[in-house]
Design a protein around this ligand. Structure first.
Ligand code: SD4
Length: 339
């Protein structure tokens, strides 16, 4: 998959740069006008494509928007060969898989979330149950696991043989810092959806970064961090190094930029530029966003070489390459101060 490099210095120019799609069936308007007729599902990474398709199928069987998000994400959680979700969750430094997930409904602005859950395969379903049966938004650790046990949730293997072997290797090597920077120790599914009736939904699920400190919670279950849904505007989700997303309320910021009139892709780019301006690391952040607005416009952006994301609607189901932002292709950090 080729990754485009961006050579211009303005957001508008970035937003107008065409990205690649794997499917000839997908539309190819300019990035700021990428459009799908709802129902449309947008999710992170290529493994989001079968998840999107499962979500669409759930909807077409008569399920609700929340059913679709839950079923789609459960597909990824059930795959022991994905990068770091559900059954493929990567252990923490103690060799234990602790999963994070959240779900949001545009109607009612409802949210549910769980973090640091060990021994359960489907944290997305537990998060939904928190939203639907408690007065709370977020349960963590022991409380979340007791809640899951009380509600009879299916238990999953504590750690897959593949991930256990990788953890043993890591522990032997004791190269935590090098691992934290590598590309193969994480991948989260964030999925956002727009239905034909104009309602918006989203969910997110991950083990988070591999070999994290026990108890570490990333951006993925944090409402406004790894996911945000606003039924007036649209939705956004994140993947990448959660610490660099949650300190900036990243997904919330993407949605707010869309509220101000930016297209989904422009909003993702603008969010990364904002973070890079404030962050001592500049664009060296390892963060990526997806976004979808109420018109069915979708987009994404990431730091560095960008990332791949999946879009599915009845007309097409494709993997797209996002723009990638570096200090070279967006101009000096601080160039957005006027905004
Ligand atoms: C985290 N954001 O826990 C997650 C990890 C991730 O792609 O998205 N990886 O920081």
């Amino acid at each position: 998959m080729s990754r485009r490099q961006f050579l211009t210095g303005t957001t508008a120019a970035l937003a107008a740069t065409t990205t690649a799609s794997r499917s000839g069936a997908a539309p190819s308007p300019s990035d700021s006008e990428r459009l799908a007729t709802p129902p449309v599902f947008v999710s992170t990474w290529p493994f989001g494509k079968p998840a999107n398709e499962a979500a669409l199928a759930a909807l077409q069987r008569g399920g609700s928007g929340l059913d679709a998000i839950e079923q789609g994400i459960r597909l990824t959680e059930s795959d022991p060969n994905n990068a770091s979700v559900g059954l493929a969750g990567i252990p923490n430094a103690e060799g234990i898989v602790q999963l994070d997930a959240c779900i949001m409904s545009g109607p009612g602005h409802r949210a549910g979330s769980v973090a640091a859950v060990a021994g359960y395969a489907h944290p997305i379903s537990i998060a939904r149950r928190v939203m639907e049966t408690t007065p709370h938004v977020m349960l963590v650790g022991d409380g979340a696991m007791e809640f899951a046990a009380r509600h009879g949730f299916e238990r999953g293997p504590k750690v897959s043989p593949r991930q256990k072997a990788a953890w043993r290797k890591w522990r032997t090597e004791q190269k935590a810092k090098a691992r934290a920077a590598s590309a193969d120790n994480h991948d989260t599914i964030a999925m956002i959806a727009l239905l034909p009736d104009g309602t918006v939904y989203g969910g997110c699920s991950t083990s988070g970064y591999g070999y994290k400190l026990a108890g570490r919670v990333g951006d993925s279950p944090i409402i406004g961090g790894g996911l945000y849904v606003d039924n007036e505007v649209g939705a956004a989700g994140a993947t990448g190094l959660g610490e660099n997303v949650m300190r900036y309320c990243g997904s919330f910021l993407v949605v707010e930029f869309m509220r101000q009139g930016l297209s989904p892709q422009e909003a993702c780019i603008e969010t990364i530029r904002r973070i890079a301006r404030l962050d001592p690391r500049g664009f060296d952040l390892a963060i990526n966003f997806i976004a979808l607005d109420k018109k069915g416009r979708f987009g994404a952006a990431g730091t560095g070489t960008g990332f791949e994301y999946s879009v599915t609607c009845p007309a097409f189901s494709s993997v797209f390459q996002s723009p990638g932002l570096t200090s070279k292709n967006v101009g000096p950090v601080g160039g957005n101060q006027a905004r």
